[in-house]
Ligand binder design. Structure first.
Ligand code: ADP
Ligand code: MG
Length: 725
């Protein structure tokens, strides 16, 4: 890795503040950061905490914001109430003890001959040692001051005084000028052992001396077509902008340098996905024949007719399954559109052809719920459905390996090493964004390239589909079964309890049924929240004449099934539950969903829970009981749930609220992190990068572009085994 061969001399540095006194060995991108001038072993350790190990890493440690210090404001020009940066000379400093016990204020007075700036730091007496009289300092913070001075500011210019509390500061020394001021300066997230200024100095020297170790890997025609600058130039510009003089644009991630780096992140991501897709297309999978009797019989016996969207999507799946390349298809559509039936039909195609099918769910409860529904539907036609969870005994495992199990429902335990299928033909993944490319690959190894069908609980915004699922074909069920009524959703606060009970009473008296969902099963010492067990008791007192049942994850599965059955049969009026009822529960007579502590639930979860009602053609009500105080994010989630029931809008809002990073859970999904790019802000660049990446994979062999191959490996960190081939 380390290339310390002293055969090449480094170029003489052209940056004024970097002076190399003796010949240094040439560094490469892989050189440990320790050997970069100004780092050393101790700082290298500190930098490692930021994920910086090599020279290349440190060049990729980008500023998180920029400050315009081209024209530092004169003190007399500062504006009250705004965030400003100014410079001046230290006049005096002192520590003041206030009357409030123990409170010490460090006060610094600075002037630039147009006015005075008084800076205060609270309870940080050690600040004193950072300043001495006559020093030049830069300060930035929000400007405060006495309003009475504002009116006469001009008249009393020298005595007019501005204040900043806890401002950021830097000292200026001779020669510093062009790194820390007189320009747009980058601000790096500091870390222990570095002041922002020290970090900036290090970055400046490193970028100036070593940006040339960054080798261009992008094919020239891609650069040209997209009007992109060279990579090393982009790295220089993103750290110390020369060409862009609008700090605002830089802070919004809108500069040619940003564009290049964003493009690269997307391009390498999409290229990896394109390669996976290409590899899969070239591989041989199972050629299923036309489906036999089972599918026909099953469709005939369904109590309803498939929607056109369901038929269309099932046809797409069937075509994929007949082809000899392995299927990789994603089905999405809003809550209640009937994805499960489509998945089940596809599983029957495989079974009809003498293969096994499995369905993998993200949690044990969801797996169980699918198991309950599916075994009921297909056992009448003679199929053996098996549930496999982490606690499963030997019997189901034998049935799977022996081939007696036709349909297997399970959790991650389906991809465990030891489990052998007799003849796996189709794997369905019910995923809710929790399964990634890596797990998919593991599942595929369980059979001889089985077909893979992925279902997501909620629809996905297009941008997300392009990034996260760029290697998949996508089907959308864009139609709900007829007879669904829109649900009225409203947020309530504890003081409005009576209105909630009144509404519930009204519905109960019409013979409707009600779900009440809690975030917790039982009381918890850590969280002061209402819980299902106590909630059930409380509701027995509120509705003494009604039949109330309780269901949650700690109740044994068989017992849970009995409870759910009696709710379904109408023998229970109010079902108090946890999120066990999030999916798969279907009781058309239920018209109210009360979610207690709605502020605690995720947006997709709220939407999913709401999807349990409005299935029977009755007016239905989703009541979100929220307990303040709650975060701004929680407020946005509640508002979004209240204002739309369109799954696409919900998903987009969710993406916006949670931010792309968290929404993906990229580590789980197995795709590389996005550091500069933002899939909402940069969607245009994403589309361009995707187009070129897919075109490139079709047109060339990667072995003709070794540098690009390296960049790809680095980005995907070994998760793309296929690149070698
Ligand atoms: P999703 O998983 O897409 O949220 P489900 O597959 O759970 O939706 O389907 C919701 C409910 O609608 C189920 O009870 C299912 O039996 C029913 N259903 C599915 N397809 C139809 C249809 N074409 N007509 C009427 N009801 C349907
Ligand atoms: Mg196939």
């Amino acid at each position: 890795m380390l290339t310390l061969k002293p055969k090449k001399m480094s170029k003489p540095d052209d940056a004024g503040s970097v002076k190399t006194s003796r010949a240094r060995p040439a560094l490469s991108g892989d050189t440990p950061v320790q050997y970069v001038k100004g780092v050393g072993p101790r700082r290298a350790q500190l930098l490692e905490r930021l994920g910086i190990k090599t020279l290349e890493d440190i060049l990729h440690y980008f500023p998180w914001r920029y400050e315009d210090r081209k024209n530092l404001k004169k003190i007399s020009d500062l504006t009250y109430g705004s965030l400003e940066t100014t410079a001046g000379q230290v006049v005096s400093s002192k520590i003041i003890s206030t009357r409030r016990r123990g409170m010490k204020i460090f006060e610094l007075l600075v002037t630039d001959n147009t006015g005075f700036l008084r800076c205060k730091w609270f309870n940080q007496p050690y600040m004193e040692k950072y300043f001495s009289k006559g020093q030049q300092v830069i300060l930035s913070g929000t400007v405060k001051g006495m309003p009475s001075l504002r009116a006469g500011a001009k008249l009393v210019s020298l005595s007019s005084e501005f204040e900043m509390e806890n401002p950021d500061f830097e000292h200026l020394e001779n020669g510093d000028k062009f790194v820390h001021t007189s320009r747009i300066v980058p601000v790096y997230r500091a870390t222990e052992g570095f002041t922002p200024k020290q970090l900036r100095t290090l970055m400046f020297n490193t970028v100036k001396a070593h940006s040339s170790v960054i080798k261009e890997y992008m094919p020239a025609e891609v650069l040209e077509r997209n009007g992109l600058m060279s990579l090393s130039r982009a790295i220089e510009e993103i750290h110390f902008p020369e060409e862009v003089d609008d700090a605002g644009a830089l802070n919004r991630g809108k500069s040619p340098a940003h564009r290049r780096l964003v493009f690269d992140e997307f391009f390498l991501l999409e290229l990896g996905l394109a390669l996976m897709k290409k590899k899969e297309v070239l591989e041989k999978g199972i050629c299923f024949q036309d489906d036999g009797q089972m599918v026909k019989r099953f469709i005939k016996e369904l109590p309803f007719k498939l929607t056109n969207a369901q038929k269309r999507v099932f046809d797409q799946i069937r075509d994929d399954m007949k082809r000899d390349a392995p299927m990789n298809r994603l089905v999405h559509g809003d809550v209640g559109c009937g994805k499960t039936i489509v998945a089940l039909l596809s599983m029957l195609v495989a079974v009809d052809n003498g293969y096994q099918s499995c369905m993998m769910a993200p949690t044990e409860l969801l797996a169980e719920q699918h198991y309950i529904n599916i075994h009921r539907m297909v056992e009448p036609i003679g199929l053996n459905v098996v549930l496999l969870t982490s606690g499963s005994k030997a019997k189901p495992i034998e049935e799977i390996s022996g081939g007696r199990a036709h349909i297997i429902i399970g959790t991650h335990s389906l991809i465990q090493e030891q489990l052998k299928f007799k003849k796996l033909g189709l794997a369905v993944i019910d995923e809710q964004h929790k399964f990634g490319v890596v797990q998919r690959a593991n599942l595929r190894k369980k059979g001889f390239n089985p077909d893979i069908l992925i279902m997501t609980a909620t629809p996905i915004p297009r941008t997300l589909a392009l990034t996260l699922y760029g290697d998949l074909d996508i089907s959308l069920i864009d139609e709900l079964p007829s007879g669904r009524k829109p649900v009225t959703t409203k947020v309530f606060f504890p003081s409005q309890k009576d209105r909630v009970y009144e509404q519930m009473n009204k519905e109960l008296s019409k013979g409707r049924q009600i779900y009440i969902v809690y975030p917790l099963i039982e009381g918890s010492e850590k969280l002061d929240l209402k819980n299902a067990v106590e909630g059930a008791e409380a509701f027995k007192k509120i509705f003494p004449s009604k039949r109330i049942s309780l269901v949650h994850g700690k109740i044994r599965q068989e017992e849970r099934e009995v409870i759910m059955d009696s709710f379904k049969a109408g023998d229970v009026d109010l079902l108090v539950a946890t999120t066990v009822i999030e999916v798969g529960v279907d009781v058309p007579n239920a018209s109210v969903m009360l979610i207690v502590h709605a502020e605690r639930f995720g947006l997709a979860q709220l939407h999913q829970l709401r999807g349990r009602i409005g299935r029977g053609g009755y007016e239905s009500y989703c009541m979100l009981m929220a307990y303040p105080p709650f975060s701004e994010e929680a407020r946005r989630r509640l508002k979004a749930t209240e204002s739309t029931s369109d799954g696409f809008k919900i998903a987009e809002e969710d993406l916006e609220i949670r931010g792309p990073g968290e929404f993906f859970g990229t580590r789980q999904s197995g795709i590389p992190d996005l550091k500069v790019a933002n899939i909402i802000r940069d969607v245009k660049v994403l589309e361009a990068a995707r187009k070129d990446a897919f075109a490139l994979v079709d047109a060339i062999a990667l072995k003709d572009h070794p540098l690009l191959g390296n960049a790809l490996q680095r980005k995907w960190q070994g998760r793309l085994e296929l690149i070698k081939s």
